[in-house]
Structure formats: C-alpha cells, structure tokens
Design a protein around this ligand. Structure first.
Ligand SMILES: [Zn+2]
Ligand SMILES: [Zn+2]
Length: 607
C-alpha cells in the first residue's frame, strides 16, 4: 500500500518560510492499494496538488473514493479545487460522517453556495455518489474500511484501511477521552478502549498531534491531541509507525523537529520500538506486509453506511440527572434534534421504563442520592426481559476516578461524559451514542461477478422503464396467491433496487443497503426470512422498523440466463410467517415465468 501526504497542516493553511519542510497545506492524504484502488483521506487545501497530479497526462478516467473525517473547513476547502471532480466521465464516491444537522452532501454544498464560491456542487462534471457513514465497516474496492467516532466537538470519523496485508489508521481531529495514561485507560471501558482497539497493531498510524502539552492545558475540549498522547496510545496498541499529523499553523519546521525528538525520547524511555516521524507534505511511504499478520476481523460486522430513514430524532433518552441545572443543560444541548428526553427521579424505576419506553440511551448522573448506577447497570444487563443488554448507559461524572470507573465498567456502564463540557460537545457525544444503536443491519456482500452482472442488467434495457401489464399481472397474482399485502419484482442496481412492478407499496426504489433482495440474489433458490425481527441481517433495517414494516420476506432470484441473478420476485408481509413446500414451489414456478418475460423484454434477447 502506498501513502502520500499532500497536506499535513491543521486548522488553516500556513504557507511560508517557516513551514517549507513539513508543508503549509491542510489535511489531504493519498492512499493506493497495490491493485490501484485510490482513496483520498480528507480534502483540505492539499487536495489541489493531488488533483493536478491525478489529471496530468491522463486520458483515462480518474476514479476514486474520498473519505472525509468531518466537514470543518481545513478538511474540505480543497474540494471545490480538486480537478478530477470537474471532468465528465470520472466517477467519485464521497464518504463522510452524517452530520448532526445535515447530510454530507448538504455540508459540502454549504461551502459552495454562491456567496462563498462561483461553482455549485451540481455543476461538477464528474459523477459523484455520496455516502453518509456511521460506525462500522465497508469495502472500498479491495480496501476494507472500518470507521470509528473520534473525540472532537463536531461528529468526526477516524478511518482504518486494510489491504495488501497492511493497515493504515487515519485519526485526526481527536483528543484523549481521558486524562489518565493509556495504560490505565485500557483497563477502562468506553471510548478509550474502543479507540485502543481501533488503532491496534496498525502498520501506520496517522495521528493528530497539534498541541504541545503546555498548550493543551489551555485548549482542552478543542478536540486535538498532544504528541505524548499519540505516542502513549500507539505504544500501548502495538502500532509500528506513527506519523504526527495536523500540525498547528503556528508551529515552525524547527519546532516540529523538536516535537519529534521529544516523542522519540518518550519511546526510548518506554523501551518501545515504535518508529516516529512528523508527516511532511510530499512524503511518500511504501507499506510492506508486516511480519505479524494484521489483527483478525471483528466478528460482528456492521454496515458503516448511514441510511437517512433511520434518523436519531424522535428517539427517547431517559435522563436521571437530579438537579435541574444539568437537566436544563442537556435539554438545551439537544433542543433542535427532536429527541424525547424523559426525566427520571430514581434509578429503581428505570428498568420498568426501559421496558415501556424502549429508550435508545440512558444518561445517569454519578453520585445521585437515590440512584445506584452500578446496581442499575447490572440489573439492565442481567435481566433479559428488559431487552437492554446493548442499550448504552452513560454516566455523567464531574471527575475521573479509575478505580470507580473500572467497577462501573465491569457492571455494564457503557461510557462517561465528563462535566462540565460545552453544549456542542455533549450534543455530538449524544448523537454518536444514538447513531451507533440506530443502525444495526448488514449489507449484502457483492457478488463476485458484480460488474458483469450490472452490465447484463443495464443491457437488458429494463431499468427505469414504464410499468407494464405483463409484469404487473405477476405481482398481483403473487399477492393474491400467498395472501400477502406486498409483492414486487425488484432489479438490483449498483446502489439501489428498482421496482419493475409493485403491488402494495408506493416507493419506486430503495437504497441497495436496505434491500432484502440484495441478499436474495446471492442465493440459487428462494431466500425466506420468516421473522425479520429475529434475523440480525435485517432486525434494524429501516424497511423493518419503519417504511413498509417488513416482517416476513420470501424472494425468488431472477436470472438473465447466466451469472448471478439481476433481481427477484418477492412477497412481503407485516407479520412473521413462512411458506410451506407447496407454496415455495409455486413461487419458484411464477419466478420462471417472470424470467421469461425479462428475457423477452431484454434487448440482449433470449439467446
Ligand atoms: Zn482539522
Ligand atoms: Zn476539526
């Protein structure tokens, strides 16, 4: 894997004599897998140079993926100057965290409004696809990407990239969750441990190191790290190489040299083997497979893609915080977000309320007179009838206490929010907890012959055509035959499923991420989901918890003669049920008839 830095500065570009060696451009890093997948990490002013290099002397399309950590200016200012986006025929996928207020696309178009910039997002020539992300994993070409929320006043994602047997973790605009040393933190739970797992064993860790520890004292809560914290985290997580990144605009080249020397000294004192440097504009690294294999995949694979249908608004949060000051603070922090905050006066009533209100988050203030948070956490975790094994329980604390926090963690407290903090910070953290639980369903893997499958589908000329009686009669028959309210013929396109015919639903298409049919086309025979609530592939799918409230699904694959099927004929019900063998045979028979119609209509013919 190849890594090239195009911009390493934080906050604002700082060209000039004092920054010649490490560079003045803001965050932009190019990553390439050996097979050629191109990933651009952040799009600060450094993206100008990268864009120019990419389009120079290249007649072929320049396609790639852009992963944006968050939409603060220093991470997106190069976007309107990134040349490949202006050339028609190029195709770019833009990924970033869904903001608290707005989608990624809305945030990016904000800086391209007429009063700031002469060209709008819609005027860009390339084909752009936007992907709002939450925590989880996704595949970008042959690179596996894991996302994790970082500690920053705005909702920010870090990215772990794994390909060619090596791993690169990009972790900037991030501050320590705790003032405890990382060795102590790993004893704790919560974000600190999640962060340690996230960077664990990385071949290269690109880490925020904006402030010296002297500066940090005055800049706590600004969302940036010290080199000391970066070094300690890297050492305790077994990282091979650490690139100090997001250099302060006021830091001269000589001052950065000193930070590096200090960081190396710290490694030597710890008798570590960590290799350290400060990322410099223009620097290229070729990462080779390490002797130790990369850490095994996390067993629970969640989709990292966000779906706008799952909004964290109208979600319920139980708050047991006692005095009205903290309560008012929380209410004001999330005032615009449509959350339902239910105040609770004593912890003993929370388990019953968890059952009746089904909250997405519980916030408890530490040290409340009539609230034993440890006992509460134990009850919620141990009593299966509460259904709260995974429910985030966050403790609001005025100070850290490693011994107490260890006990709290062992009892099942998820995390801590340290008070006082800013309202924006509290809001960002609350959203991170809610977004994590909001999105638990699985993307179907892509078929191996995906590109040729898509070519077959598109050559068929069936996509985006008008309704046709010859297909509609089959969905009507299927709905009547199996006594279901919904039946449709779905064609699974690159990012969506499009309904050639539908009975009982209004939508003309849904995203592929949500499509049961995206799973069904991977099967040779009918895929049956007898109860979506009990199936971890679908339990929290928006099509299940909202939308048509799918509870039962059966889909028969539709093939265009060869390769992976292009779509399905499926039936859906709002209640759990199943098809018996006779019914399955009928659905199979019907699907064969639909296949014949597909081939007749298909411009690729019935060859
Ligand atoms: Zn930044
Ligand atoms: Zn930032």
């Amino acid at each position: 894997m190849l890594v090239r830095f195009w911009g390493t500065r934080g906050s604002i570009a700082r060209p000039g004599l004092s920054t010649v060696r490490y560079g003045g451009n803001t965050s932009c890093t190019e990553v390439r897998s050996s097979s050629g997948t191109l990933v651009v990490l952040d799009c600060g002013t450094g993206a100008l140079g990268l864009g120019q290099a990419l389009v120079k002397n290249r007649p072929t399309p320049v396609n790639g993926h852009m992963l944006i950590g968050h939409t603060h200016w220093d991470h997106i200012q190069g976007f309107p100057f990134f040349a490949p986006l202006f050339i028609s025929g190029n195709e770019w996928h833009i990924y970033g965290p869904r903001g608290v207020d707005a989608s990624l696309r809305e945030s990016l178009s904000g800086q391209m409004q007429y009063s700031y910039f002469p060209v709008t997002l819609d005027d860009l020539g390339a084909t752009l696809h936007y992907h709002d992300l939450v925590e989880g994993t996704l595949e970008v070409g042959d690179i596996r990407v894991t996302t994790r929320y970082l500690n920053h006043p705005a909702l920010t994602l870090g990215y772990r990239l794994e390909a060619d047997g090596v791993s690169v973790v990009y972790c900037t605009d991030h501050e320590a969750y705790s003032t405890q040393r990382p060795e102590d933190q790993v004893q704790l739970a919560g974000e600190a441990v999640r962060h340690a797992q996230f960077i664990s064993g990385a071949d290269l860790l690109i880490h925020d190191a904006q402030y010296t520890s002297a500066e940090y004292a005055a800049k706590k809560g600004w969302g940036h790290s010290t080199p000391e914290y970066a070094v300690d985290s890297a050492l305790s997580a077994g990282v091979r190489r650490l690139a100090l990144f997001h250099h302060d605009p006021m830091r001269s080249d000589e001052a950065i040299d000193q930070l590096v020397a200090g960081a190396r000294e710290r490694v030597a004192q710890a008798k570590g083997t960590l290799e350290i440097f400060a990322a410099a504009e223009g620097q290229v690294l070729e990462l080779e497979r390490s002797v130790t294999p990369p850490r095994p995949s996390e067993p629970k694979k969640q989709t990292a893609r966000w779906d706008s249908a799952v909004t964290p608004s109208r979600r319920t949060v139980l708050i047991a915080v006692g005095d009205s000051g903290v309560r008012r603070f929380l209410e004001e922090a999330v005032a615009d977000d449509g959350l339902r905050l239910i105040p609770v006066s004593d912890c003993d009533s929370i388990p019953a309320m968890v059952k009746s209100e089904q909250p997405s988050l519980v916030l408890v203030k530490h040290g409340l007179e009539n609230c034993d948070a440890v006992k509460l956490a134990r009850t919620l975790r141990e009593d299966p009838s509460t259904g709260a094994q995974e429910l985030p329980i966050v403790l609001l604390r005025k100070s850290e206490n490693p011994a107490e926090q260890r006990a709290e963690s062992a009892a099942g407290i998820t995390d801590w929010l340290m008070l006082p903090c800013s309202k924006e910070y509290a809001r960002t953290r609350i959203h991170a907890w809610l977004l994590r639980v909001a999105c638990r369903w699985k993307n179907a893997p892509q078929p191996e012959d995906e590109e040729s499958r898509l070519r077959r589908l598109r050559a068929s000329g069936l996509l985006d055509t008008a309704p046709e009686e010859r297909f509609d009669r089959f969905t009507r028959i299927a709905a009547a035959l199996f006594e279901v309210p919904i039946a449709f013929i779905s064609l699974v396109d690159r990012d969506r499923q499009w309904f050639k015919s539908r009975t009982g639903i209004d939508a003309t298409e849904t995203s592929r991420d949500q499509a049961f049919c995206a799973h069904a086309i991977l099967h040779n025979d009918i895929m049956q989901v007898t109860d979506a609530h009990a199936d971890e592939r679908f339990a929290d799918n928006p099509q299940v918890i909202r939308g048509p409230r799918v509870r039962f699904y059966a889909g028969a694959p539709l093939s265009l003669g060869e390769g992976t099927p292009v779509g399905t004929l499926c039936v859906v019900d709002h209640r759990p049920r199943s098809l018996d063998d006779d019914q399955l045979k009928l659905l199979r028979d019907l699907s064969k008839l639909v296949e014949r119609e597909l081939l007749i209509g298909s411009s690729s013919g019935s060859s």
